[in-house]
Design a protein around this ligand. Structure first.
Ligand code: PMT
Length: 219
């Protein structure tokens, strides 16, 4: 039984991938399973927080009474849902793998196979986390960075550009880190610190992450 260290706090968490529709049968997506985000939601709820979990398409589930789950598909839907709640939360954690681009037009019928090449025109999606940074008042804002190269530098840039209080870096170069599996390996960066963790289950990673957040909150 966890101590209720987050009692009285409201935590908003984004999780999972987004699906950007191409036509009635196809989408652009990514490999996120939602496991990392759901693990953070469970751990925050165990610590007494009221959790708002906004998830893209994921097979993960929770029935914790402190967690309200909202299921969305696209980045645009995730954006709208997040800003229904953002103003009134104490902590926001963006673990979703949001598509940066979506098809400009959604074909109303299934696209037929014709030529050898097919061009899809894509337009930039809204950056949910960056907008949270711009609209930040008293929220403690946590981002994730999923990198494949220049990891720490890229994470630092995201921390600053998106006006975050901390960023959780996971690298696809680390075995057992990132998408799908039940484990992850993270580094936590703030403007003036860097903390490296070993490979652990996503449940344990969620604990490390929230322990760090709690420490920052009492600073
Ligand atoms: O779901 P799992 O299978 O358990 O995998 C977990 C995970 C690898 C998806 C997770 O640990 C993770 O790294 N999530 C962030 C993935 C990502 O898209 O990172 P990014 O570096 O592209 O984005 C940086 C940050 O901006 C992220 O917090 C992301 O949620 C946010 N973002 C990005 C684009 C966008 N349009 N809106 C956003 O909010």
């Amino acid at each position: 039984n966890a101590k209720k260290t987050l009692a009285g706090k409201t935590v908003l968490i984004t999780a999972g991938p987004t699906h950007e529709q191409i036509d009635p049968v196809r989408f652009i997506g990514n490999h996120s399973s939602g496991k990392m985000g759901f693990a953070i939601a469970e751990e925050a709820a165990k610590r007494g927080a009221k959790v708002i979990l906004i998830s893209g398409p994921s097979a993960e589930n929770t029935n914790h009474e402190n967690i309200a789950v909202y299921r969305v598909k696209s980045a645009k839907e995730m954006f709208s849902k997040v800003f229904e709640f953002y103003e009134h939360v104490d902590i926001a954690i963006a673990s979703a793998a949001v598509a940066d681009y979506a098809p400009k037009d959604i074909a109303s019928e299934k696209i037929k196979k014709k030529e050898d090449f097919l061009t899809l025109e894509l337009v930039k999606n809204p950056d949910i986390l960056k907008t949270m940074g711009e609209r930040k008042r008293n929220q403690f804002l946590v981002g994730f960075a999923l990198e494949t190269e220049n990891e720490e530098e890229n994470a630092k840039v995201k921390l600053l550009k998106k006006n975050l209080d901390m960023i959780v870096l996971n690298s696809l170069r680390d075995k057992g880190a990132g998408f799908q599996g039940t484990t992850n390996k993270i580094k936590i960066l703030t403007s003036d610190s860097l903390l490296e963790f070993s490979l652990k289950s996503k449940k344990e990673v969620a604990k490390d992450l929230l322990n760090f957040v709690e420490k920052q909150l009492v600073k």
